[in-house]
Design a protein around this ligand. Structure first.
Ligand code: NAD
Ligand code: DAU
Length: 333
């Protein structure tokens, strides 16, 4: 597998995956295929050898463009998506188009050209868990998505499963928990709060701040996806997670402490409608069957590095901040 396409490779997780593969597989070439929506940024993949990293500026819904790109590759790793729950509650249509129609276009292209596909999805397809539920999500948990975002991702997963069974498409799926690390858009929880504090403002917790997310460093997500791409069984679903459950209050308080502020100096704002309470991943299949292990499990150290990255890269995030906060103002959050 020497020549891969990475859709959404100018976004947060996709660009971290491009850097990861660039380092870990020096004989591979990577074609980033990205529409550069508000969430995409070519700076995320700047400085990589142009002989090995190409860029196609196109939409995954563009049938001719995706067909032509897929014809030239050995495999495609599909990260491109509308990814933010709050946006999906405000304006659902782009989620239907990119996440469902876009995945359909990719499936038709890989079916036609007989290429390997890895589809990147989310733990949110399983709905949420109670705070005191001993269970975690497994690959057998029934789908029960809550938001327009998670239901569009669930739809895309079901399309992939159907194309494997009905047409013999060579695909795998991964469902990962909440990622953090460099290059994450300031609309998302951790970067929003870090940049608010860097601008002299207070973090904003939705509701009581008791919702739990299962945090994983984006480097560990990348190594999980690469492992599945190389060793995964066709038709299988693998869950990627690193036992990083924390509630939002704990995350904000640790972040404030790491930034030298009073750990209680945050505001509570109105809650997200339909807000999922808790996500938790059981990654046993990926660990036992493919031998994957997360490496970046020290959340305090990972969060400190992330704070340092946003502190050192103001010119990356400052242009995004005003528009993002204007959207939140409209939502009252
Ligand atoms: P992101 O919003 O940061 O990046 C999305 C990228 O896709 C951007 O570069 C954007 O320009 C591109 N894109 C969007 N629509 C496109 C289209 N129609 N055609 C081509 N490119 C398009 O997203 P992210 O947080 O990096 O998430 C990447 C993937 O990982 C998504 O599929 C998401 O569902 C999944 N995921 C995310 C998380 C998380 O914590 N962020 C966790 C698990 C899974
Ligand atoms: O679980 C995987 C999912 O994680 C991915 O599929 C999504 O693409 C990704 O965006 C993320 O979804 P969440 O909705 O969990 O992430 P978000 O960063 O938006 O919010 C994390 C938690 O923090 C959630 O409980 C809502 C809360 N929150 C968020 C923001 C932006 C706040 O309390 N305050 C905020 O300002």
């Amino acid at each position: 597998m020497k020549n891969i396409i990475v859709t959404g490779g100018a976004g947060f997780i996709g660009s971290n995956f491009v850097h990861h593969v660039f380092r870990e597989r020096p004989d591979w070439t990577i074609t980033v295929y990205d529409a550069l929506t508000y969430a995409g940024n070519r700076k995320n993949i700047e400085g990589l050898d142009p002989e090995r990293v190409k860029f196609i500026h196109a939409n995954i819904c563009d049938e001719a463009a995706i067909d032509a790109a897929v014809a030239e590759c050995d495999a495609i790793v599909h990260f491109a998506a509308e990814s933010h729950n709050d946006n999906s509650l405000h304006s659902p249509y782009p989620f239907i188009e990119t996440n469902i129609i876009g995945t359909y276009r990719i499936l038709e292209a890989v079916r036609k050209h007989g290429k390997r596909l890895h589809h990147v999805s989310t733990d949110e397809v399983y709905g949420d868990l109670e705070l005191d539920d001993p269970a975690k999500f497994t690959p057998d948990t029934p789908y029960n998505p809550s938001s327009p975002y998670s239901s569009s991702k669930a739809s895309s997963d079901l399309l992939v499963r159907a194309w494997v069974r009905s047409f013999g498409v060579q695909a795998t799926i991964s469902n990962c928990s909440n990622n953090y690390g460099p290059y994450q858009h300031v609309e998302k929880f951790i970067p929003r709060q870090i940049t608010e504090v860097l601008l002299g403002r207070k973090p904003k917790l939705y509701g009581a701040g008791e919702n739990v997310r299962d945090w994983i460093h984006t480097e560990d997500h990348s190594s999980g996806v690469l492992t599945i791409l190389e060793k995964g069984s066709i038709g299988e679903t693998y869950l990627i997670g690193a036992d990083g459950e924390k509630n939002n209050k704990e995350v904000v308080e640790l972040m404030l402490e790491l930034m030298g502020k009073d750990a209680k100096d945050y505001d509570h704002v109105s809650d997200r409608p339909g807000h999922d309470m808790r996500y938790a991943i059981d990654a046993t299949r990926l660990q036992n069957e493919l031998g994957w292990r997360p490496k970046y499990t020290d959340f305090r150290a990972g969060l400190a590095d992330t704070v340092a990255w946003y502190t050192d890269n103001r010119s990356w995030w400052e242009p995004l901040k005003a528009e993002t906060e204007a959207k939140y103002k409209e939502l009252g959050r």
